[in-house]
Design a protein around this ligand. Structure first.
Ligand SMILES: Cc1cc2nc3c(=O)[nH]c(=O)nc-3n(C[C@H](O)[C@H](O)[C@H](O)COP(=O)(O)OP(=O)(O)OC[C@H]3O[C@@H](n4cnc5c(N)ncnc54)[C@H](O)[C@@H]3O)c2cc1C
Length: 848
């Protein structure tokens, strides 16, 4: 009997048809997430169809009514579940500081990804922020000028930003970008703020940090959002034009990541004049700009032993502004942050007394509300400065590594032609597409006034990690040229500084393992936080709504995840074009799978999940890469679906799904819970997941295409690296590389001509130093081409040189002294260009 006949035989059997039909119906209803009452009707119908006794159907319907009729459900089922949850301590204990952090900010795109059924129309319709003409003029004017003025090697070597540059920064109000115009600031958007940091950081990390800090979490940001009108008028205009230099002190020796545990204390007391004062003692460290600050934004725990404010003794963390010249403030020492010479300092305060209403940001009403203020501001800030710095860094590396890969020849070939170099080069160039996508998509939320802390944590964590990976790849590609420090080296400062951005504004390990999923699971989950709230408040009605909503959510996602997994997402229609359609399908599949896996982990591990950081870290990776994929799709759509970017979109999306697959395999292979659960997830579920992969790493063909594209002198290469500072001077590190790269690119066709002439025996095969001259003589190349090829070889020679120092220059004593006295010194070690020595010409030519 043939297979077809066999099947038709089976389907002629009514029972088999009915069973298959019923299963199909249930899967469809489950996948669509239809309400429970419809399930009851259908199940009853099916039972009836299969001839079940009426009594059984009646019992089934009666039981279902307990789930369907809400008041009945509350008093019979929900009340018991609530008691059980409490008895089992099933819901995580949330401390006051955690609660404030959780409540700060709102949810945005991550809630869609968490839902299991993302609304792609909503995700893609988020605006693509644009600069105003005034903001563009600021980038093209003062920012460009500042970058031209900066000599990063001089700053690095002299360990100081020259006074004229500091003054320019203040005069042009770089320190007041976020301060509204009515208070004398520039009142610019988050996009502009990010673009400025991106550009400056590709010139000097020291300068970018100096500009970044006053515009991030600190006095200005806190005053704008929480200050009294009087405080705003007093401080903001002076902060905007640099008459005041701010810093912000939160971190203490005992309180790093666990910033809520600070011990600095302020005590309220009544002065003889009847006013309320606060006496503060602190010991802070790692405070950026502190020793040159004129005002310290300070976080401390406020006590009111005399109950002057009538709110009890312990008021909690409070933020105040302390003029640096107040009696008792100790400043002046510095830390040395990996030799990057921005000001980073310890500070102490010994019995510092200030008037409370004047000093506390927002006045006495805000006494004790500092933690909430900090969490809100920090949450948003994470999405701006560090992602901007990292994006600028990845773009700079894209230019530099691709130029070096072309300019540098070994074994007779540009090293970018070797597969081994193609691999890291593609990793850097591929990142330049998705790091920018994430930067801009996150800014889309912030410029709409939405401050989603989970999204900004993902932006901070991922962009800084990507920069760290890219700079390591860049170092490998540039080899010795990256290691020899000096004015010719445009990569070393970024390499040295990479761990700084990993550590600050929420160190990365903690951000990944505790914040992204830990906060996300409660904050972005449609029901989890509501359940916690309802339980804590003993609110039966709210608990009933949240708990049964959650059960419905789980069953919907279970069906959705199964159906999308079995069909590999192919049943999702209507999104994307030929480049992106498949990725929308996969993203829908991943989201459903993630939602159900998150619920399973929360359901099985409950409050213990918070401490299973190896698991939560992997969940965070899935969420991060889903967010990256969304940002990439948004970039592609909002830039008009450029077909020439297809390779970069494919690379980014394949990277995302590969990493998601890796994270899920890690989750399954290490799943915790009772024996049967562990066996199920670590065994059959993992086995199926590793067969039915969501994605694999970009293949060699794609990485070859990417690395080839980025080694072309094209409009696309410019576009991918837009927004960074490229010196026009051909004697500056990056300017020199770009100039050589462009000239060598022009000469490649000429070289081809010469190779063809060698093959046709017009030119001799033997490599000779006169080959170029001979080519000209024999008319193989024109005089103009001869000029280009000679020039390109000279530039190649000049570009591969590294800095050299005499013993005195190396020890640098005289130069440092001169710089400290602010005398003009030449700190560039090598002459501006290095001419090709005669005897070297032969070697260079021999590669033809
Ligand atoms: C150059 C520089 C500039 C700075 N500028 C300022 C400033 O201007 N103002 C200011 O107030 N502070 C500033 N800081 C402090 C900065 O915010 C802290 O360094 C940061 O909060 C981390 O604290 P820590 O270094 O003590 O690390 P720790 O808290 O000791 O953490 C060490 C490691 O353990 C991890 N870790 C800690 N707890 C957990 C956990 N529960 N789960 C998982 N991992 C965990 C962290 O991720 C980190 O990797 C600066 C720091 C530096 C280095």
């Amino acid at each position: 009997m043939g297979v077809l006949e066999m099947y038709s035989g089976i389907f002629h059997n009514h029972l088999a048809t009915a069973i298959v039909g019923t299963l199909f119906l249930f899967l469809t209803i489950g996948y669509l997430g239809l309400p429970y009452w419809l399930w009851t009707v259908l199940v009853s119908g099916v039972l009836l169809g299969f001839g079940a006794p009426i009594v059984i159907i009646g019992v089934y319907v009666a039981i279902s009514l307990f789930f369907i009729i809400k008041p009945l459900r509350q008093v019979t089922l929900s009340v018991g579940v609530m008691k059980l949850f409490k008895a089992l301590n099933f819901i995580p204990q949330i401390s006051e500081t955690e609660r404030t952090a959780l409540e700060a900010g709102v949810v945005w795109a991550e809630a869609e990804l968490f839902s299991g059924k993302p609304d792609f129309k909503k995700l893609m319709s988020q605006p693509n922020p644009q600069l105003t003409p005034e903001e563009q003029a600021f980038i093209d004017g003062p920012v460009e000028q500042l970058c031209q003025m900066i000599d990063s090697w001089k700053i690095y070597r002299s360990r100081k930003i020259p006074d004229n540059i500091m003054q320019f920064i203040k005069d042009k109000k770089f320190l007041g970008m976020i301060i509204p115009k009515e208070y004398g600031g520039l009142g610019f958007s988050n996009l502009l703020h990010s673009d400025v940091i991106q550009k400056i950081s590709t010139r000097s990390i020291t300068a970018s940090i100096t500009v970044m800090v006053p515009n991030s979490l600190g006095p200005a940001e806190l005053l704008v959002h929480y200050g009294t009108e009087e405080q705003k008028k007093k401080w903001l205009p002076r902060l905007a034009d640099g008459r005041e230099m701010p810093c912000f002190g939160l971190t203490e020796p005992q309180a790093g990541s666990d910033a809520g545990s600070i011990v600095s204390t302020g005590v309220l007391f009544k002065g003889d004049d009847g006013k309320i004062y606060v006496k503060i003692n602190w010991r802070k460290r790692w405070i950026t700009l502190a020793s040159i600050s004129s005002v310290i934004g300070l976080a401390f725990k406020l006590r009111d032993p005399e109950n002057l404010l009538g709110r009890g003794e312990d008021l909690g963390i409070t933020c105040a502004l302390i003029p640096s010249n107040t009696k008792g403030v100790v400043l002046g020492k510095r830390h040395d942050p990996l030799t990057i010479p921005f000001y980073n300092c310890p500070t102490e305060g010994n019995d510092v007394i200030v008037e409370a209403a004047e000093a506390i940001i927002g006045g006495l009403d805000n006494a004790g509300k500092g933690w909430g203020m900090l969490m809100e501001s920090l949450g948003a800030g994470r999405g701006i400065s560090l992602p901007a710095q990292s994006t600028g860094g990845v773009k700079l590396l894209t230019l530099l590594a691709s130029a070096h890969s072309t300019v540098r020849k070994q074994f007779g070939l540009s090293i970018g032609k070797f597969e081994g170099v193609e691999e890291p080069l593609a990793r850097i160039a591929g990142k330049s597409y998705f790091v920018e996508a994430m930067r801009r998509y996150t800014l889309s939320a912030l410029d709409q006034g939405i401050k989603p802390p989970v999204v900004t944590a993902m932006a901070k964590y991922n962009t800084t990690e990507w920069y760290r990976q890219a700079v390591n790849d860049g170092m490998d590609i540039l080899g010795g040229a990256a290691i020899s420090m000096g004015p010719r080296n445009a990569i070393a400062e970024g390499y040295i500084a990479a761990p700084i951005s990993i550590t600050v504004e929420g160190a990365n390990i903690l951000t990944r393992t505790l914040m992204i999923f830990g906060q996300g699971a409660l904050r972005a989950h449609p029901y989890a936080f509501k359940e916690v709230y309802a339980l804590e408040n003993n609110d039966l009605k709210a608990f009933d709504r949240a708990f049964w909503g959650h059960i419905g959510h789980i069953s919907r996602n279970l069906f959705r995840a199964k159906v999308l997994s079995w069909t590999r997402g192919w049943i999702i229609f209507g999104h994307g074009d030929s480049v992106t359609r498949r990725y929308y399908q996969k993203l829908a599949w991943v989201s459903a799978y993630f939602a159900i896996m998150a619920d399973i982990a929360m359901g099985i591990l409950g409050g213990k999940l918070k401490f299973k950081e190896k698991l939560t870290g992997r969940y965070a990776d899935v969420l991060s890469w889903m967010y990256t994929a969304t940002a990439v799709l948004h970039r592609y759509e909002s830039e008009g679906k450029r077909k020439e970017d297809a390779a970069f979109v494919h690379y980014s999306m394949q990277m995302a799904f590969h990493n998601i697959q890796k994270a899920f395999e890690g989750i399954l292979a290490n799943f915790e819970g009772p024996f049967i659960v562990r066996w199920l997830f670590r065994g059959p579920v993992l086995w199926f997941a590793s067969l039915n992969k969501m994605g694999v790493e970009p293949d060699d063909e794609l990485t070859h295409e990417i690395s080839k594209l980025i080694q072309e002198d094209s409009e696309q290469r410019q576009r991918l690296t837009q927004g960074i500072f490229i010196p026009k001077e051909k004697t500056e590190a990056l300017g020199r590389y770009e100039n050589a790269f462009k000239t060598i690119k022009q000469s490649e066709d000429i070289e081809k001509k010469m190779r063809k002439a060698v093959r046709s025996k017009i030119l001799p095969k033997k490599r000779s130093k006169d080959l170029i001259e001979l080519a000209l003589e024999k008319g193989v190349i024109t005089a103009e081409e001869h000029k280009i090829i000679k020039l390109s070889e000279e530039l190649r020679w000049d570009t591969i040189q590294v800095d050299e120092f005499t013993e005195d220059e190396f020890i640098n004593a005289t130069r440092v002294r001169a710089a400290l006295e602010d005398r003009e010194v030449r700190l560039d070690a090598s002459p501006e260009t290095t001419p090709m020595p005669k005897e070297e010409e032969e070697e260079v030519q021999s590669v033809h």
